[in-house]
Design a protein around this ligand. Sequence first.
Ligand code: ASP
Ligand code: MG
Length: 407
Amino acid sequence: MKFGGTSVATPDRIKRAAKRVAREVANGHDVIVIVSAMAGKTNELVGWVDQISPMYDAREYDAVVSSGENVTAGLMALTLQEMDIPARSWQGWQVPLKTNGAHGAARIEDIPTKNLDEKFGEGMKVAVIAGFQGISPEGRITTLGRGGSDTTAVAFAAAFEAVRCDIYTDVDGVYTTDPRITAKARKLDRIAFEEMLELASLGAKVLQTRSVELAMRYGVKLRVLSSFEEYDETAGTLVCAEDEIMESNVVNGVAYSRDEAKMTLLGVEDRPGIAAAIFGPLSEAGVNVDMIVQNISEGGKTDMTFSCPVSEVARAKQAIEAAHEAGNFEYGELVVDDNVSKVSVVGIGMRSHAGVAAKMFKALQNEGINIRVITTSEIKISVLIDRKYMELAVQALHDAFELEKAR
Ligand code: ASP
Ligand code: MG
């Protein structure tokens, strides 16, 4: 059972969460509880680090920002003890949850089950784990990236072969799109791992992308539900393998990413190695390049367009200009448009249905929305459009694919 920041935001909320845990104990289960920091705590800690050291040492960043979870883990264990349930807290290093040394975005390498199993054997009923944190090969505290306690939860579920992994959060499940953009958004009873992966990476912030990858790889039975509703087999959204979903719409979700930028290198020489020469430095500069489009060439020159988050434009520009000055490649002009958003439709049904792209483009045309860049994958079509049309595009696509109706 994983409780997000809003579910442990106050001592009262922690008590309410503990009651859910108590019910599972009463049902005869041993429970591993993963807790986030209290709502807003991690942001506050990150803010303090930035105030003191903008170019911080990532090891100390982790030492600071991991601390929010320590507080909630202890408080949850105390709450359970007050209810006469044998419980104790575990920080990442005590388990130990072993990660690599990539501070701030560490990957889990191993969760030995020995220590917890021993305590469960001695009568412990609940292990309360501080989410989001682990220990590096050098013995330093690491964190798993923002939203990382989802990944802690799934990793524990996999390591301990849990019967279920329930993620309690502030929304009651996964929706066809953001309900703040259209009231027609519908909660999905089930969603396939692949679809959830696309939605998560497109910015639907319900689950950390990495947690979905892990759940898919290890077949973890993953349910997202609100901490304000009771658990049962129909609550929230089950994230599961494709073959556990009988009927599904061709498109199951419309996702968006608001603050995107489009950068175009005009008049790039067209020769082997040019893409590597451009995107190598971008990757070294830590720019998250998303869409890439290369034009057909004319007279040995071509245009190369890519998208990245608005916040990374300055870094991207710098990297390109530095590589250009170093003589790695020639280009005519660099054009930046930082007023675009990405809107995507996602659905495993696309694999077996033609015409999804045409329908999407038609719906956008009907609203007079111009498409700037298009990319597709097996189960997703994404377009870049002017940001001022983003909401309209999401609504139009939700209508066009009739996502308000369940099949
Ligand atoms: N507290 C961390 C964050 O806010 C981890 C988490 O809650 O998943 O990113
Ligand atoms: Mg979260």
